[in-house]
Design a protein around this ligand. Structure first.
Ligand SMILES: [Zn+2]
Length: 350
């Protein structure tokens, strides 16, 4: 064999190995396909979340399929109404009648935040979905309505029906079909861009929070979820943990609340002086496992939950201990729990 041929073969092999590795890397992130989904059970689970204060994401359940997964059917495709700014991973849609400099500026800020969030999502949730991982190379759409009154309208149009978005500043709209799930888009309330908006309500925190919902709703096996009924704190806690709201205020009464009324296998109570407990107490749990077990603990936990009930994730992390007791022990020592009253003012539903 001539030396040149050998070099070609070696180069060819390296290229093939590279491409195979690339395809494998991308392909392994694909979300599960389920062809025998019980939509009645799914609807029950979903409405359980909504009743528990989860009006920050809406899910459409489409009986049957196939469904068009391309961006060609996006709400933002209407170029008379929307302008778009896109890169290889995301499409940001802003209204045609928005000042073009402002629209372009806000869209660029969102693209920066979204790109920056990807490695954090991969590390904290075990995966991220690039367009090559999603059917028809779908990019994640991000909508920036101009006026507060447009916010609910855009959500309703994306959802395809009327839904209550009162009090929310960010919304993830998903469609679950019998041949896979897609996220129609993320909608960010215009108040998130106000110069004096508190960091908790800012577009960065909100977009990161919603992108966590994107990964979660693309990853869960809906067949398992329908049976095991993940409580709301699982998705909201990790979304606030990734959003990096970092608002830590001490609160002995909050620890008392968790000790007396929160069961990790159930939805946390939302009544009385403790609204949004799925958010602050949920985030506190993820912070606890990250601090006490290690930075990889949240990813290990949520990755188990993509295919299993909460008990399985907890049993894996705490084979010999009671997770709630350990959590409370850590809270009593560190006293870093966020105060719910403070949060109810500053942390509207996302
Ligand atoms: Zn949320």
């Amino acid at each position: 064999m001539k030396k040149n041929n050998l070099i070609y073969i070696i180069v060819g092999f390296i290229l093939l190995a590279f491409i195979t590795g690339y395809i494998y890397h991308r392909g392994k992130h694909r979300h599960p396909f389920r062809y025998e989904l019980d939509l009645t059970d799914l609807n029950e689970w979903y409405h359980g979340l909504i009743d528990n204060g989860g009006d920050h994401f809406v899910i459409n359940f489409v009986d049957g399929g196939p469904y068009d997964f391309t961006n060609d059917t996006d709400l933002g495709r209407d170029s008379l109404v929307w302008t778009k700014k896109e890169d290889e991973y995301f499409i940001v849609y802003y209204p045609r009648d928005m000042d073009p400099r402002k629209g372009s500026f806000l869209a660029n800020r969102c693209l920066d935040v979204a790109h920056e969030a990807i490695p954090d999502l991969e590390r904290t949730m075990g995966k991220y979905y690039y367009p090559a991982d999603v059917m028809d190379n779908r990019k994640l759409g991000i909508y920036l309505p101009q006026k507060p009154s447009d916010y609910g309208r855009v959500i309703n149009e994306l959802f395809g029906s009327t839904t209550d978005s009162e009090g929310s500043i960010g919304m993830t709209v998903a469609t679950v079909t019998q041949c896979g799930a897609i996220v129609e888009g993320i909608v960010i309330h215009p108040s998130c861009f106000e110069a004096d908006a508190h960091v908790l309500n800012g577009y960065r925190t909100t977009l990161r929070h919603e992108m966590s919902h994107y990964v979660y709703f693309m990853s869960v096996d809906y067949g398992v979820i329908a049976e095991s009924r993940h409580p709301l704190w699982v998705s909201e806690g990790i979304a606030d943990f990734i959003g990096r709201s970092r608002n830590q205020v001490s609160g002995a009464d909050s620890i008392q609340f968790i000790a007396g009324r929160c069961d990790l296998n159930e939805n946390f109570p939302q009544d009385g002086p403790y609204p949004n407990s799925s958010y602050w107490a949920g985030e506190s749990f993820y912070k606890f496992i990250s601090d006490s077990i290690g930075r990889k603990a949240p990813a290990a936990f949520i990755s188990t939950l993509y295919h299993a009930p909460v008990e399985s994730g907890l049993a894996q992390l705490f084979p010999n201990d009671n997770p709630k007791e350990k959590w409370l022990e850590s809270l009593r020592q560190n006293d870093t729990l966020r105060h719910p009253e403070y949060l109810s003012l500053l942390n509207p539903k996302r």
